[in-house]
Design a protein. Structure first.
Length: 132
């Protein structure tokens, strides 16, 4: 899920493929003390974790700005990422293999992206090894 969202943010996914029964949620929380917003993608079970709604450092309760199924959110927003959206079913052998192998979400890339090179914020991690 993290790589797919990073690929969408980078504009690298030409076609996003999602299982029609994909059950992740997109939750955006806001810390009223630091004014920081964070968006997380979690399973239904993960959305029930109380740690998600508290700041891990200060213990402050976070405000929930958005809480919606990922499928609903992506149907409304996929065009902003410049991608096409395709749904698959797990009723065919190919669809079943996609759901089991990729967890129900994946994409056809426009270009290669080294996801390991990005940290959690999507910012490229500098490496002196790549410097001339």
């Amino acid at each position: 899920m993290k790589d797919v969202v990073s690929g969408l943010d980078a504009g690298a996914i030409e076609t996003l493929i999602v299982w029609e029964e994909f059950e992740h949620k997109r939750i955006t929380v806001h810390n009223p003390h630091t004014d920081l917003k964070e968006t997380v993608y979690v399973t239904e079970a993960g959305a029930k974790d109380p740690k998600l709604y508290r700041d891990k450092d200060s213990g402050v309760e976070l405000d929930i700005i958005e809480n919606e199924p990922f499928v609903e959110w992506i149907v409304s927003n996929y065009k902003t990422f410049g991608t096409k959206l395709q749904f698959v079913s797990d009723r065919s052998s190919e669809g079943n293999q996609f759901c089991k192998g990729f967890g129900g979400i994946g994409g056809v890339m426009r270009y290669r992206v080294e996801f390991e090179m990005y940290d959690e914020t999507g910012i490229h991690e500098d490496s002196d090894d790549d410097f001339m």
